[in-house]
Design a protein around this ligand. Structure first.
Ligand code: PRX
Length: 612
């Protein structure tokens, strides 16, 4: 415990120093630094400005159409204070939930920091999600205010976000106010008395808003993530422990020197990677970062490398799926640019295949940059297993060994510890940035993570292999979660979106391995009545899923099924569907109610395989 106490004390500024490090009286409800008080926004902004670093750039923002905007720590502090006061004026107080549905524009960071400043709990929804997903997340978290945007740009097109938000959330009673950032200038309907422009709110607000000293265990944010059921899990992180984890790991894993590095994480702020490694970690450490609004192939496939060259980026953090896409596009795009400023590369979100690792190392890193393959989750809040540059020898495809202070282990199905081989990944000691609960659902929290091996063993949900050198090789999820391009989706969530279509009687969704996206979604669908599945219906279903969840949840393949394989108790046998989707020999079918279903399905998939 002395280790984490030292990290929390030296890396963060506390209004009231803590004397208790870990309260483990009531596992799995662990509490850290309980009698301490601090403010996250003060740690991310005020302390740097007070130390004379106000003119240092916090974000070099690059817009999709080539715009550039640099925000210093002083700029961010000024805007955060105004918005914080603006939110207070709208009636937002300590503990109130504020939804944030914004694209990658600097206001997204300001919105998060303004909430942190006054003790409001932010609930960011990834900008690529559909408004119905936003509604669900606002509804279940009882959000009082939503901060959104007039429109969002994507590859030269503008989507009317506010209009779509109104159509979906307009009648949500608990949502009292909507704050709208004017970003693209696209027409945005504004409802008198409910809606307010972000810039007007900030202009009218008092410029000074002292940071609220908050209990270390005060909730900082909720971030919804996919689990085994259709209902997303509201993962709750708190103030002191989370910021300790994000600050410590960002500094250690990226070997950060805030005085000289230019850091760029290409994730979206709407995911945990963006929370911890675009906003909180880098700002708490006083780093200079790049924030990019756009897509990696707009206006051309070299835009990322153009940005690296222009800003002399030294540390670059991305996902394996992006690297695989770059490999497909070819080395000529990075080859057009001077990438010699880079000194460290990172990956996150899914296992990286050795071929992609080696390409990243050679083509992007010029053979000289260490790669940190970082394993962690929304739940862990911060990186858990990763090489430490200059310390850990890497093996392409392995996240290597746990960071100091983190205690993962591999166990068998029965919970027996394994020193080598394949097993279930668990974490055997609490750590400061761990999730505290699932918002308003303590029971599901205990059930999901701490029921299998008792309240002191966190069950990750991944399978892994441990080699003779003690290196971890993450294999993938062991629950009904699909990892598409490093993004978590629940099979149940996608199924319920498909079934909501009037033509669908039943659907089962499984993952299939995919060279580009790691895993891809395959949907087995039974239609109602005499409806016959055709290409137009496939397109309709894909679109239907896109509007209910988001584009990344669209099934890559739809397979029409007259019936689905079920056990005698009526449970869909996904294992068999996975075998079919992967083209493997079928496993045991004797427990099926009607084994002939499988023969028909296996036949159909061959017919519908686009590669055939
Ligand atoms: O299966 C693991 C995979 O992503 C899951 C966590 O997803 P999420 O909460 O959305 O957070 C993603 C970004 C932290 C994990 O359970 N995963 C994440 N990083 C890696 C990984 N799998 C292999 N190697 C990684 N480096």
């Amino acid at each position: 415990m002395a280790f984490w106490a030292e990290k929390a004390r030296t890396l963060l500024d506390w209004d009231t120093p803590f004397t208790t490090v870990l309260d483990d009286e009531n596992p799995p409800f662990f509490r850290w630094f309980t009698d301490g008080r601090l403010n996250v926004s003060a740690n991310c902004l005020d302390r740097h400005v007070a130390a004379g670093r106000g003119d240092k750039v916090a974000f070099h923002w690059v817009g999709e159409e080539g715009e550039r905007r640099s925000l210093t720590y002083s700029d961010l502090l000024a805007e955060t204070q105004r918005l914080a006061n603006g939110l207070k004026g709208l009636g937002v107080g300590k503990g109130d939930v504020v939804g944030i549905f914004l694209p990658m524009i600097p206001e997204v960071a300001v919105a998060m920091l303004a909430c942190a400043r006054i003790g409001a709990v932010h609930n960011v929804v990834f900008g690529g999600f559909a408004p119905s997903a936003v509604r669900e997340r606002m509804e279940v978290s009882d959000a009082k205010v939503l901060i959104t945007v007039d429109g969002a740009r994507r590859k030269g097109r503008t989507a009317a976000v506010k209009e779509a938000v109104d159509a979906e959330l307009g009648d949500l009673k608990t949502l009292e106010r909507i704050v709208v950032v004017r970003s693209t200038g696209v027409a945005a309907p504004m409802l008198e008395g409910r809606d307010v422009w972000y810039h007007e709110l900030c202009e009218q607000a008092d410029p000074v808003c002292p940071p609220e000293p908050l209990d270390a265990e005060h909730p900082l944010f909720i971030l919804y993530s996919s689990g085994s059921t259709a209902k997303p899990k509201g993962i709750l992180h708190t103030t002191g422990g989370y910021l300790t984890g994000a600050t410590y790991t960002h500094r250690l894993v990226f070997d950060l020197d805030p005085s000289s590095d230019v850091y760029w994480c290409s994730a979206d702020v709407g995911w945990i990677t963006g929370h911890s490694y675009i906003v909180y970690g880098p700002l708490s450490n006083g780093a200079t970062s790049v924030m990019f609004e756009g897509a990696p192939d707009y206006p051309d496939r070299d835009i990322w490398w153009k940005i690296v060259e222009e800003f002399k980026v030294t540390i670059f953090y991305t996902a394996p799926t992006a690297i695989r896409t770059c490999i497909k596009w070819g080395p000529q795009y990075p080859g057009r640019h001077d990438l010699s400023s880079l000194r460290l590369l990172g990956t996150v979100g899914e296992p990286i295949n050795p071929k992609a690792w080696l390409w990243y190392h050679k083509v992007i890193g010029g053979g000289r940059c260490p790669i940190v393959d970082t394993w962690w989750q929304t739940e862990t809040g911060a990186i858990m297993i990763s090489p430490v540059p200059g310390v850990t020898s890497t093996k392409p495809g392995s996240a290597t060994t746990p960071l100091p202070g983190i205690f993962p282990a591999l166990v068998s199905e029965d919970g027996e510890p394994l020193t080598e081989g394949t097993g279930i990944l668990v974490i055997t000691k609490p750590w400061p940035s761990m999730l505290r609960t699932l918002y308003r659902d303590d029971e599901r929290f205990v059930q999901t993570y701490f029921s299998r091996f008792g309240p002191n063993v966190y069950v990750v949900g991944d399978a892994a292999r441990l080699d003779a050198d003690g290196y971890f090789w993450i294999i993938g999820r062991i629950d009904d979660v699909i990892n598409v391009s490093g993004h978590r989706l629940s099979t149940a969530e996608v199924e319920s979106a498909i079934v909501a279509h009037e033509a669908v009687a039943e659907a089962a969704v499984v993952a299939q391995s995919d060279e580009q996206t790691g895993q891809a979604i395959v949907a087995f669908v039974t239609l109602t009545g005499d409806r016959v599945g055709d290409d137009a219906t496939v397109a309709e279903l894909r679109e239907h899923v896109a509007t209910r969840i988001g584009k990344l949840a669209r099934p890559k393949r739809v397979i029409w099924a007259d019936d689905l394989p079920k056990t005698r108790s009526g449970k869909i046998m996904r294992r068999l569907l996975r075998d079919i989707a992967e083209g493997r020999a079928l496993g045991d079918v004797t427990t099926l109610r009607d084994p002939s279903v499988m023969a028909v399905l296996a036949h159909k998939i061959v017919e519908s395989d686009p590669d055939e």
